[in-house]
Design a binder for this molecule. Structure first.
Ligand code: NDP
Ligand code: 8X3
Length: 251
């Protein structure tokens, strides 16, 4: 039997890349990101495990998103599962000092980008009468923390959109899941702090942060539920983390 197909956004790094590796044995993969060379390399790496198709686009560019999904060849036109993972924080500043460019990057990428990718894929799933959408939210979408303002707002929006999708797509047999991680050691902080590697590394010092593979394993588990079961809303934290702001550090 042919494997089902999973489309992953943000597959070039961190959680998305780990998910691609974890799901390769059971899914055909459509891997998306802006860095084509990284996607090509990942495709090569996974080619002995599964079929891989790559799409290069910026989720903020709706024409590029729609054109990319429309460009899928016939054998890739069915999508059984969508992992809406692409996103980042840009900056960590009090609202009065925030950069408008950072705000745009977060709201356009984390919120509108997720919607642009979902739109044509929901249409396919609706026609199929089945599908599974997994949105990567955050503990920042459950609790606001100081200086997190716009990033938190973007992840609260992901939480709201996930709930809305679950209600509206219920008649079509489409499963909808949100996974809300706490601190995961990826390039996330490097992007947030604009390449300041020392500051980024300090976020994960003094405790054992979640690894991208921990979230990938959760995604694998969510996707492995029987047809009549959906894990709807999952918060996953490092043991050292009790809330968005409480982390037990040894240093
Ligand atoms: P990384 O920085 O390692 O990965 C981010 C991924 O998103 C990259 O593959 C990047 O690909 C892609 N991406 C970012 N912006 C765009 C864009 N405009 N268009 C297309 N792709 C984009 O971070 P993580 O793996 O940690 O982050 C993945 C998701 O997990 C994000 O939604 C993040 O908010 C969320 N999250 C992360 C947590 C953490 O602590 N790390 C905790 C909770 C949630 P490319 O650059 O090639 O385009
Ligand atoms: C990423 C986790 O706490 O840095 O969403 O916002 S946090």
């Amino acid at each position: 039997m042919t494997k089902p197909t999973l489309l992953i956004t943000g597959a070039t790094s961190g959680i998305g890349k780990a998910a691609a590796k974890a799901l390769a044995p059971t899914y055909r993969l459509i891997l998306c990101g802006r860095r084509k060379a990284v996607l090509d390399e990942l495709k090569r790496e996974l080619s002995s495990l599964t079929e891989v198709h790559t799409l290069t686009f910026d989720v903020r560019d709706k024409q590029a998103v729609f054109a990319a999904i429309d460009s899928l060849p016939n054998e890739w036109s069915r999508i059984d599962a969508l992992l809406n993972n692409a996103g980042n924080a840009h900056g960590l500043a009090p609202i009065q000092d925030g950069s408008v460019e950072d705000w745009d990057a977060m709201m356009d990428g984390n919120v509108k980008g997720l919607l642009y990718v979902s739109k044509p894929i929901i249409e396919k799933m609706k026609n199929q009468g089945s599908g599974h959408i997994i949105n990567i939210g955050s503990i920042a979408g459950k609790e606001v923390y100081p200086n997190g303002n716009v990033y938190c707002a973007s992840k609260f929006a992901v939480d709201a959109l996930t709930q809305g999708m679950r209600m509206d797509l219920n008649p079509f047999g489409i499963k909808v899941t949100a996974i809300h991680p706490g601190l995961v050691e990826t390039d996330f902080s490097l992007v947030r702090f604009k390449g300041d590697a020392e500051r980024a590394a300090s976020v994960y010092k003094g405790y054992k942060a979640l690894q991208a593979e921990d979230i990938a394993e959760t995604i694998r588990f969510v996707l492995s539920a029987p047809a009549h079961v959906v894990l709807s809303d999952i918060v996953i934290l490092p043991t050292a983390q009790a809330s968005a702001t409480i982390v037990k550090k040894t240093l």
